[in-house]
Design a protein around this ligand. Structure first.
Ligand code: HMG
Ligand code: MG
Length: 335
């Protein structure tokens, strides 16, 4: 790993600034960036984005080298009108990308959603549960226990059909209605999803209230329950600007899969205080600086987010996108 001399600002082959790089001992050498922009990012947009624009966004993110690009959700179209075009989008993506599109993960809350994914030959699905009672009701129209009853046949049938299943768990840190969520409550809910057959558990800080020490405590609580870091992913929202600090803490705890959203798009339509996810570009910049490999082309993701910002009619909230892509930003001024 080459190190940037302290205080010097290097320009990359594209002429753009590069992060100072100094490998930090003890961190994973490589991590998986799990891109959720087309799903978590877009699901909260009030104006429906044309399906061709979504297809272009997903295609560009895939081309940037992101190993997992979550494309959409097979949820009830009345609950999330923005993603009512899920089948049409996947059809367009299969036309463009063939089997690579069938390998893109999608959300399915129930058997009806799974059937829609199976009809299209998709290979990776994710169920999404809540660690709290109130959010289960608001997001899934189910009680806490009923959500697991809904997932059980969904996960079982998906596994029988040879699909992999990711389990998302929301409200792993705090909940806007119930306040702080105890660690053991989160672990109990997560273990239920894993025991049901989810291969990976993504721990969601849905409203961004988590802080670095709490992240380490949660990873330790899962370890005590016999769930190692190889089964966990982290899903941070950046509401209070803590997502990168939390990511760094999770890296130190050995986590190697991080969810992020290109350009920092995002939010959850059923949790008002949920804002954008950790921006993929901000994550890539930090990982590059820490000497952690991802295989993702940062410039290509920045270009995609700058283009999406034009489509959505507002600037990206990502600091790295603003610095590298906006007129007058670092890239232009050479600062
Ligand atoms: P419900 O109204 O209770 O549904 O919604 P139901 O089971 O009573 O069925 C009613 C009708 O809906 C039936 O049709 C079903 O077939 C149909 P009818 O017989 O009346 O003609 N239906 C469906 N149609 C299409 N696709 C489906 C589907 N399911 C039922 N999948 C339901 C229950 C779970 C469907 C609903 O609450 C829902 O779609 N919720 C999704 C909410 C959502 O997408 N939230 C955002 C994602 S979660 C998130 O963002 C958090 C995360 O990022 C992590 C983090 O940050 O914490 C993952
Ligand atoms: Mg989310």
């Amino acid at each position: 790993m080459s190190e940037t001399p302290a205080g010097r600002h290097q320009a990359g082959s594209s002429g753009r600034p590069l992060p100072m790089t100094s490998a930090e001992e003890g961190l994973p050498a490589e991590v998986t960036v799990y891109e959720v922009g087309a799903r978590d990012g877009l699901q909260n947009e009030q104006v429906v984005v044309p399906v061709e624009v979504k297809a272009e966004m997903v295609t560009r993110l895939h081309a940037a080298g992101l190993p997992a690009v979550e494309a959409t959700s097979f949820v009830h179209p009345k609950w999330v009108p923005q993603l009512a075009d899920a089948a049409e989008l996947m059809g367009l993506l299969v036309e463009r990308l063939g089997d690579a599109a069938r390998r893109m993960p999608v959300l399915v809350p129930n058997e009806r959603g799974l059937d829609r994914a199976l009809d299209l030959g998709l290979e990776h699905v994710a169920v999404f549960g809540s660690a709290t009672e109130t959010f289960a009701q608001r997001n899934l129209n189910r009680s806490y226990d009923e959500q697991f009853a809904m997932f059980e046949p969904t996960v079982r049938r998906a596994r029988e059909a040879g699909l992999t299943v990711r389990g998302y768990l929301s409200m792993c840190f705090g909940d806007p209605w119930e306040g702080a969520v105890p660690l053991d409550q989160v672990v109990r809910a997560g273990v239920r999803l894993l025991e049901m057959g989810a291969g990976q558990l993504s721990l969601g800080d849905t409203i961004g209230v988590g802080t670095a020490g709490h992240v380490k405590a949660l990873v330790a609580a899962f370890a005590e329950a016999g769930v190692g870091v190889d089964r966990l992913a982290m899903h941070f929202h950046d509401t209070y600007g803590q997502a990168l600090a939390n990511t760094h803490a999770a890296l130190q705890a050995g986590i190697t899969t991080f969810d992020a959203s290109a350009g920092g798009l995002g939010g959850c339509p059923y949790a008002r205080s949920a804002t954008g996810n950790l921006a993929t570009e901000d994550l890539l910049w930090m990982l590059q600086g820490l000497g952690v490999r991802t295989g993702v082309d940062l410039d290509a993701v920045v270009a995609t987010s700058a283009w999406m910002a034009g489509q959505l009619g507002r600037p990206s909230p990502s600091a790295v996108v603003r610095a590298l892509a906006e007129p007058g930003g670092l890239a232009e001024s050479g600062a």
